[in-house]
Design a protein. Structure first.
Length: 438
């Protein structure tokens, strides 16, 4: 609906006409996702005592809320922020409960359906032929992203090679872009993945942005040239392809994969709890209906298995593993599964410190950084810990913007600033790797 986003200086008379056309042209799409989020709210709560936290856990469970932050009810604790998406039919009950229990709360999003429709340029015609015309400031569907990858594979064959590392549960190819100047000399590599969690749309948008910047600035920017001459970047723009597709077609707030369970009707596994590193311990759920379900066994998800196999096979090449999530504004490193410092902590710590400063220098956006366990929460079976345990010395997880104002519905207007500042952090980390620090 492109013309809805044009400047408001259009004559007032033209507007109703446009709306009329819209109605005629898109009769079936007057509401996204069949209007399923109408009247839903997102509420921020901070329990101040253990009793309040306990009571909240209970009511969250009863009302089957969709937790935005933290990712599981088990993390709800005294003093910790919880952002909760409550369906329209449960919001009265929750608000009444909060009133009665006198728990402080703030409504972040009054009507989720309205917020969703306001923030997105849904189903605009966004497939463009050339790289310079492609719009990187909108979210792209899986199909659009895959077409874009195929296109770059043809038009930029000097710097890009696209290949598949396997198939998803629903049979979609798992595409990766290998980026870098081809060389006979031995080159080390950096792995980047986006979209392990389906609803975190800013992740795939960043992976696309990174590839675009690499191609557009390779000639003009000495830092980028150095990066692509000395390293290969393996970029997987959408890790959880089935989940991402589902988040476009059915449920905007879907997080997990889409695999079926033999005993429960609930589908999907948390692809960031399914790795073989303290699998299914603290911070992961054994229940298939939970958003942090660890799966029936490690690497049960074909997407996780494919990436793990690829990294295992080439582990000696990889200097860094970077994974992009949202939202929290944090730069995290191991461990996730325990409170402990990693060996050679100071190198990783200083890389994170500098990266966060570089990010801040653009728009003054502050990121916290530190071990995931103490900075975010303890979680077992994560890809970052797994990569670290398998010998990749620099492993990081980014939690991109914001801190809850828009949450998963980060408006497309903020794609550019978010990606611009994140780009600086990624370049800074990469330059750090090329130095001597172990
Ligand atoms: C709200 O509606 C959904 C779907 O219609 C239903 O599954 C759920 O039990 C309802 N919740 C409450 C608290 O009534
Ligand atoms: C990418 O292009 C190369 C040729 O340059 C081709 O061999 C390869 O199959 C292409 N990758 C995909 C996934 O189509
Ligand atoms: C720590 O650094 C030393 C070299 O200073 C290196 O030999 C060792 O492998 C590093 N350990 C880890 C876990 O990266
Ligand atoms: C990395 O960021 C720091 C500031 O935090 C800056 O001093 C340094 O020059 C940056 N390095 C690169 C290579 O961008
Ligand atoms: Zn995530």
């Amino acid at each position: 609906m492109k013309f809805l986003r044009e400047p408001r200086s259009r004559t007032a008379a033209a507007l109703p006409l446009c709306l009329l056309f819209l109605k005629i042209l898109q009769p079936g799409h007057s509401h996204l996702y069949s209007n399923r989020y109408a009247g839903d709210k997102v509420i921020r709560l901070i329990p101040t005592t253990e009793e309040e936290a306990y009571a909240l856990k209970k009511i969250y469970h009863q009302l089957k809320v969709d937790l935005w932050q933290p990712s599981s009810i088990s993390y709800v604790s005294e003093g910790a922020v919880t952002d909760v998406h409550i369906p329209q039919n449960g919001s009265q009950a929750l608000l009444a409960f909060l009133q009665e229990a006198n728990i402080q709360h703030k409504i972040l999003i009054e009507d989720l359906q309205k917020a969703l429709e306001k923030g997105s340029s849904w189903r605009t015609q966004r497939n463009r032929r050339s790289l310079s015309e492609y719009n990187y400031e909108v979210y792209h569907s899986l199909e659009e992203i895959q077409n874009w990858m195929h296109h770059l594979n043809i038009t930029h064959s000097g710097l890009i090679h696209m290949f598949s590392i396997g198939k998803s549960y629903e049979g979609r190819p798992l595409f990766v872009l290998k980026l870098g100047r081809r060389s006979r000399a031995y080159k080390r590599a950096v792995w980047m993945d986006c979209g392990i969690h389906a609803r975190e749309w800013i992740g795939p948008a960043f992976c696309q942005w990174f590839v675009k910047e690499a191609l557009l600035t390779y000639r003009s920017d000495p830092t980028m040239r150095k990066m692509l001459n000395h390293l290969y970047f393996y970029v997987m723009p959408v890790f959880n392809v089935d989940g991402y597709h589902f988040s476009w077609t059915n449920d905007r707030f879907w997080r997990k994969t889409r695999s079926r369970n033999s005993r429960f009707r609930c589908r999907g596994v948390d692809a960031n709890r399914n790795w073989k590193v303290k699998w299914c311990n603290e911070g992961a759920s054994m229940h298939p209906c939970d958003d942090t379900y660890c799966g029936p066994f490690p690497e049960s998800e074909p997407e996780v298995k494919a990436v793990a196999n690829f990294l295992r096979k080439h582990r000696k090449h990889f200097r860094a593993y970077l994974s992009f999530h949202a939202y929290a504004q944090m730069l995290l490193y191991p461990y996730s599964y325990k409170y402990a410092t990693i060996p050679n902590f100071s190198c990783v710590e200083s890389a994170a410190h500098k990266a966060v400063n570089a990010l801040w220098s653009v728009y003054g956006v502050r990121y916290r950084y530190g071990p995931a366990s103490s900075t975010l929460y303890v979680s077992s079976g994560s890809s970052m810990d797994w990569a670290y345990k398998n010998g990749i010395p620099y492993t990081f997880a980014f939690e991109l913007r914001d801190t809850g104002h828009f949450g998963f519905l980060l408006p497309e207007m903020l794609i550019k600033p978010t990606c611009t500042e994140t780009m600086l952090a990624v370049k800074n980390i990469t330059m750090h790797l090329l130095k001597k620090c172990p």
